[in-house]
Design a protein around this ligand. Structure first.
Ligand code: HEM
Length: 439
């Protein structure tokens, strides 16, 4: 008699120790993922150190199925729970089900079309001030400069804080919290305050200091005489009401400000660093951008942004945890398993993007990217809330840089992609030299 195993088998995948698999994925994500797909097909199981067992999915129809229709059996918030001490437990990133939808419905309108026009003005100002500081012959890591810039855009456009002294106070306090992400690896039992000493105590102290500033901004805004006319995201959120007519509480506002900062500034800065890693090696793309910068038509500029996000998405696999068994490409995946729609593998498909490793903005000139074959912002009810802001920011910063300065690469080879934290980044942060100032 045949013995039936209690749980159906998972799709095959790399069998080496989790340490080795994790290292390969971190140090050479593109080669590793492509190699696994070539060997195991469109669905494969991977065991990694921190995240355990998960199933990667590269099949377009299956990914579309995960991002459309009823997604109530796919949880995303759970996977972000380790970020709780920074984001707070009311963050849209951490919630699932109706609570998630409530936050999402409140957060989406402030990022709509008319808001993006206002964002563009802020971005142009911040970019101009940043580029003014660049000197001929100077060498720097683009990712670091862009991080300063995207931070400022969020604080001004999303938080609505513009006085330079307040922006700097927030920068010092918030960056110190975000940069202590490593303490999230401290196991629960060792999370003791110890009078503010030790890594956990120091983290809590920094977080309280940052929270104090955030609550101060919320209080000031409530008192602001122009609250009703303001267009920054915080003011819009303070005026918004949910379906039951309820406003967001101060604690919810605090958690969402922190979430938008964490989700929105490094991702955009890294995407810009990737854009420049290509642009410094593609003079013909830059000269076309310069030619078109004079006119009204932004289609080539937008295609450069779209192609950057295709060839170098900063997040590979937005995770979903199954709450019920699910059929995926002929496999029955059990409840509790993590599933990763692989953005990299979709964006690297030869049939969708011929010569996928070539940076060719022209491929997007004939029309917008198709929703389920271009996924840098994930999809479905978890699709990135800041996608329009991020793309506008990338376009405005690229426009400002190419029309004001000429940059050259410091290293001859393109910067290799590595995984750091949950994002993919250029290993050396895209080092550039300012060759010429044009205006
Ligand atoms: C190029 C820059 C950015 C990239 C590549 C990016 C990418 C992503 C991805 C892949 C997700 C997960 C989607 C999913 O699970 O299906 C996400 C979610 C999110 N992003 Fe972004 N993002 C960027 C910029 C921003 C900005 C500027 C903001 C806000 C100011 C933002 C706010 C969020 C929020 C709040 C979520 C959670 C949505 C939810 O769970 O419902 N992101 N982003």
């Amino acid at each position: 008699m045949l013995l039936r195993s209690a749980t159906p088998p998972l799709p095959p995948g790399p069998r080496g120790p989790a340490t080795l698999t994790t290292l390969r994925l971190i140090e050479r994500p593109y080669e590793t993922l492509r190699g696994w797909r070539a060997r195991y097909g469109e669905v494969f199981t991977v065991r990694t150190l921190v995240f355990g067992t998960g199933v990667y999915v590269a099949d377009l129809d299956e990914i579309k199925g995960m991002f459309t229709g009823d997604q109530s059996t796919l949880r995303a918030g759970e996977a972000n729970a380790p970020l709780g001490p920074i984001l707070g437990d009311r963050s849209v990133l951490l919630l699932d089900g109706p609570e998630h939808l409530r936050q999402r419905r409140l957060l989406l309108p402030p990022f709509g079309g008319s808001a993006v026009r206002t964002f563009r003005e802020v971005i142009r100002e911040v970019a101009a001030a940043e580029i003014d500081r660049w000197r001929v012959g100077e060498t720097f890591r683009m990712r670091e400069r862009m991080r300063g810039l995207t931070f400022e855009v969020i604080v001004r456009a999303v938080f609505g804080v513009t006085e330079p002294a307040r922006v700097e106070r927030l920068r010092a306090a918030l960056v110190s919290v975000i940069d202590s992400q490593f303490v999230l690896l401290v196991p629960g039992a060792l999370r003791r305050e110890l009078g503010g000493h030790g890594p956990w105590g120091a983290f809590q102290r920094r977080r309280r200091a940052a929270d104090e500033l955030l609550y101060e901004e919320i209080d000031r805004r409530r008192e602001a005489p122009d609250l009703e006319e303001r267009t920054d995201v915080l003011s819009l959120l303070m005026r918004a009401r949910d379906e039951d007519g309820e406003r967001m509480s101060d604690a919810e506002l605090r958690d969402e400000l922190m979430t938008m900062l964490l989700a929105g500034h490094e991702t955009t800065a890294t995407s810009l660093a990737f854009a420049f890693d290509h642009l410094i090696r593609e003079p013909q793309v830059v000269s076309r951008l310069r030619d078109e910068a004079e006119g009204e038509d932004d289609s080539y500029l937008d295609a450069v942004v779209t192609e950057t996000l295709r060839i170098r998405p900063v997040i590979d696999a937005p995770e979903r945890t199954l709450t019920e068994p699910r059929e995926v490409s002929g496999w029955t995946l059990p409840a509790g398993i993590r599933v990763y729609p692989s953005i990299v593998l979709v964006h690297q498909r030869e049939d969708l993007y011929p010569e996928p490793e070539r940076f060719r903005p022209e491929r997007f000139l004939d029309g917008p990217a198709e929703s389920y074959s271009w996924l840098p912002f994930g999809g479905g009810i978890r699709r990135c809330i800041g996608a329009a802001l991020a793309q506008a920011e990338m376009a405005e910063v690229i426009r400002a840089v190419v029309s004001r300065v000429e940059l050259e690469p410091v290293r001859p080879e393109p910067d290799p992609v590595v995984v750091r934290g949950i994002t993919m980044v250029p290993r050396h942060g895209t080092e550039v030299r300012v060759a010429r100032v044009l205006t």
